[in-house]
Design a binder for this molecule. Sequence first.
Ligand SMILES: C[S@@+](CC[C@H](N)C(=O)[O-])C[C@H]1O[C@@H](n2cnc3c(N)ncnc32)[C@H](O)[C@@H]1O
Length: 270
Amino acid sequence: MPKIPSATREELEAGRGYEALFVPALFEPWTKHLVNGAGIVEGCDVLDVACGSGVLARHAFEEAGKSGRVVGVDPAPGMIAAANEVQPGIEWMLGRAEELPFEDGTFDCVVSQFGMMFFQDRDKAATEMHRVLKPGGRVAVAVWNSIEHNPAYRDIIAVLDEQVGTEAGDALRLPYTLGDAGQVTMSLSAGGFEDVACETRTEQAGFPGSRTMVEAELRGWLPLFGINLSEEKIADVLQKSDGKLSKYATPSGEAVFPTSAHIITARRQH
Ligand SMILES: C[S@@+](CC[C@H](N)C(=O)[O-])C[C@H]1O[C@@H](n2cnc3c(N)ncnc32)[C@H](O)[C@@H]1O
């Protein structure tokens, strides 16, 4: 098992914050679509690209079982360190999608959940995913639908723009920039994949409360972009967010809302 690269205290806190605040609320409901889309079953060798704190790799690990192998790759040391805290049984590695640190034909399945919008070169990433797959292997990629199909996030972006600044709003606009799934299917085709298909799906997000929707961004997302707010500023933004976000609160106080994403699947033929 390779040594886990060291992360600074701040990086580790950001990774832990992402895992605690976002993963159960927003990301966990999607892993089943990637696991099914890539056809992960017992004994599969699986690569999770842009694994973050590892929620999808953990699901793949359950499916692949002891006879399989799961590797998670991400360029953020804090994410990799947080992932290793939660599940040290998976191989976690630092790496970029555009330059995957594996031999040709290593994996049966490659998955990547909500990472592709951050890749600097999506065509290169698709070529790399194709290269590390065995012939006949499958890929499944998730990207968020555009912001008009994710209206709760349009409201959170408005809070960040008004209360923190457009740099913060832009950090949250970024995940919704691949709403046109055609850009992803084109990259996969250009990367050599066959049978490229796209399904648009809806899943419920569920935060403990409407303020937590914003708090997750302030504590778990903005720090990944170097935007660190004081406790005083966080309390002020949360108080001012009520007007826009309390409509998402259920009678029991939780905030529940639909999210929309594209699941793109494809196969390496030869
Ligand atoms: C929204 S998170 C998704 C994490 C995880 N897949 C999940 O579902 O929780 C996006 C991830 O993409 C990673 N990322 C950014 N640029 C990348 C690149 N060029 N190659 C691989 N991963 C990248 C970030 O470090 C971050 O962990």
